[in-house]
Design a protein around this ligand. Structure first.
Ligand SMILES: Nc1ncnc2c1ncn2[C@@H]1O[C@H](COP(=O)(O)OP(=O)(O)OP(=O)(O)O)[C@@H](O)[C@H]1O
Ligand SMILES: [Mg+2]
Length: 263
């Protein structure tokens, strides 16, 4: 898959992201106990454009442990979204190794990658990627459809996830009837409904005003502190980056600096 889940949205593009097979740990996605959430070794991604090669990532090595809270920062075009797409198994590297929960993703076929995404990773994208004509509760329940969860249980879990982001009173609104901040919270609820180990968020506050941005950061911080979910987010806002315990600075497709706050 290429950048189908980039910044362009679309009603059908989530299927690839949210789809998974019903069998948990199907097709070799079984986590290795004690493994890092992500381990990248010299990860690279080049794009071919009209015969010209663009080296978006040029050899990134990193390790992110379960339960970490990491911000990825860097100039526009430095490769942040490319890295997020690779970590999220939405895209495959052109070189290097990526292990998610200890599983080398190059050993997985597209169905195996879909399972991994559906069962381990929750995505929050800046442009939300919600189905515009579908109610909030059905949007949130969608990843569970791909897991084969029954209708009543899907609805119950979607309602619980929406309530956890403060949208218990907006279950039946469609995204087009909601504010930007509410839509972003629906996108977070959808990322949470499957109980992910990791939430990846590309500019989760980018479209929001200060108050809504703070609210979204509060939800992600609570998720990390209370449920131990690892959070990896991209941001260009210094105040947002400061809330993470670790900041990875990316420049020209490489890690320039990796700084961690003392505990
Ligand atoms: N599908 C693509 N085809 C060709 N080049 C691409 C593609 N996607 C990204 N690039 C290029 O790869 C580089 C990294 O892009 P990327 O989207 O990862 O940057 P970014 O750090 O997320 O930037 P921003 O902060 O603006 O979102 C850029 O030079 C971009 O032009
Ligand atoms: Mg980007």
């Amino acid at each position: 898959m290429t950048r189908a889940m980039g910044d362009d949205g679309g009603e059908t593009s989530h299927r690839g992201v949210l789809r998974g097979e019903s069998g948990v740990n199907g097709r070799g996605t079984t986590a290795v106990a004690g493994a890092p959430a992500f381990e990248a070794v010299e990860l690279a991604r080049s794009y071919r454009l009209e015969g010209v090669s663009v080296d978006a990532l040029r050899g990134v090595s990193l390790r992110i442990s379960p339960g970490e809270f990491v911000a990825i920062v860097g100039p526009s075009g430095s490769g942040k979204s490319t890295l997020m797409h690779l970590l999220g198994c939405l895209d495959r590297p052109t070189a290097g190794v990526l292990r998610v929960n200890g599983v080398d993703v190059s050993t997985l076929d597209d169905g195996g990658l879909a399972d991994l995404r559906n069962q381990v990773i929750g995505f929050v994208f800046q442009s939300f990627h919600l189905l515009g004509r579908t109610s909030a509760v059905d949007n949130v329940a969608l990843p569970l459809v791909y897991r084969g969860v029954g209708r009543a249980e899907r609805r119950r879990r979607a309602q619980e996830a929406l309530t956890s982001v403060g949208l218990g009173h907006r279950m039946d609104h469609r995204p087009s009837q909601m504010s930007g901040g509410e839509q972003q919270r629906v996108a977070i609820a959808r990322a949470l409904v499957g109980d992910p180990k990791v939430v990846l968020a590309d500019e989760p506050t980018g479209n929001l005003d200060t108050r809504n941005g703070e609210e979204v950061m509060g939800i992600l911080a609570r998720l990390n502190a209370e449920r131990g979910v690892a959070v990896v987010l991209v941001t260009h806002e210094a105040e947002v980056a400061a809330q993470a315990r670790r900041r990875i600075h990316v420049r020209d497709g490489l890690i320039e600096r990796d700084e961690e706050d003392a505990r």
